[in-house]
Design a protein around this ligand. Structure first.
Ligand code: ADP
Ligand code: MG
Length: 241
């Protein structure tokens, strides 16, 4: 795929869940340039998942605009968005049929050598899933669903990655394996990673810090580390989730 990776932009986005008087996100302006790698961090409840859900059009924003390249997302169907991105949600993974069925949609029903290799990996190696041919997606545990979602995203190979704490249920070694593979695979792609750990943040082009629905910092790992006490603060964030 030689196409340039999708760029994302949020312009002054404000959103409140229906019936909630507080804004889940307040006046967020952000740019995710084509090919850039961004991590979003912040305490639990700060609005990280909501931000990703807005990009995926799960909710309608109250104010502001989101652009996919230069097109307002209002003009892009949710189906198209879903098709163009490798997505791992934090929860509510949607699966139908067997593990294999769910991996096959990533390849639009085509089973090739790569697919067979991935199935073998899914079954035997790092993803520790049960039999992909017979096990139903809906019967998997939360952790297994998350690993299936990662495998599906990695197999899908689109140029935009939207990942919400994708490794929260895996051990440190598996996390490293997954991050290494994703970063290699996403080399020229636009990647947005919501992270609850510090692992891998130094490799990101920008780190975004949210607190109470507000954007409080944007910078590189080194820039954030230079701020007095910031490392300590990030450590606290890591501990609090
Ligand atoms: P994070 O991912 O940073 O932990 P979330 O984006 O999940 O935070 O949540 C941000 C805020 O929005 C929290 O106060 C949370 O309680 C609230 N929230 C999240 N989902 C819903 C929902 N479906 N309905 C109402 N409030 C919600
Ligand atoms: Mg979240």
């Amino acid at each position: 795929d030689h196409q340039k990776a999708i760029a994302l932009r949020m312009n002054n986005v404000t959103f409140a869940f229906p019936g909630d008087s507080r804004n889940a996100l307040n006046h967020i302006s952000l740019s995710f340039p084509s090919g850039s790698k961004t991590a979003i961090v912040g305490p639990s409840g700060s609005g990280k998942s909501t931000l990703l859900q807005l990009i995926l059009k799960f909710h309608t924003i109250n104010q502001g605009e989101i652009f996919l390249d230069d097109h307002p997302i209002d003009l892009v169907s949710q189906e198209e968005l879903w098709k163009r991105a490798n997505v791992v949600l934090q929860e509510n993974h949607f699966f139908f049929g067997t593990i294999r069925d769910n991996l096959m949609i990533a390849k639009e029903g085509l089973i090739d050598d790569e697919m067979e290799k991935t199935l073998a990996k899914v079954k035997l190696e790092h993803f520790s899933l049960s039999d992909p041919v017979f096990e139903k997606g809906e019967n998997l545990s939360g952790g297994e669903k998350q690993r299936l979602a990662i495998a599906r995203a990695m197999l899908k190979d689109e140029r935009l990655w939207l990942l919400d704490e994708p490794t929260s249920s895996v051990d440190a070694l598996t996390e490293r394996y997954i991050y290494n593979h994703i970063l290699l695979q996403a080399k020229n792609d636009t990647l947005v990673l919501i992270s609850h750990r510090l692992t891998g943040l130094e490799k990101m082009d920008q780190i975004i810090v949210l607190e109470n629905g507000k954007l409080i910092e944007v910078g590189t790992f080194d820039e954030l580390m230079e701020k007095k006490g910031y490392f300590y603060q990030l450590k606290q964030i890591e501990k609090s989730v």
